[in-house]
Design a protein. Sequence first.
Length: 135
Amino acid sequence: MAAFWFPMLSWSRCSTRKLLRRCVPGHRRPPWLEERQALHIDESLAAELGAGEREAISLALEVNADVLLIDGRAGRQEAEARRIQVAGTLAVLLQASLRGDFNFPEALQQLRRYGFRISEAVEAVMVAKYKQAKN
């Protein structure tokens, strides 16, 4: 099984984790998800990034991650500039819904109710991908 590391600072502040706790009764950190602290924070990262984003990108570089789960535009750009493949929360949720874990459009509505921010354009693209995959 693949390993999934989550920066300790990011996990404690993770809005997706908080949303999942609200949206999914009994939600806990999955056993395959390991909290791990970055050994070195890359000081060349943009100053406007938050501490969690800097740690996540630094950890992705340290462990040579296949994909970095990150939603913020500035963080995504910094990661991509370092040739780190990125995916957002919605991409992960889309894949889980296509496996049959839940209904993607309903999950989006639930996330919005709990404060998850997404542009209408991005939501439209993701719903279109969901519908295309389901057909």
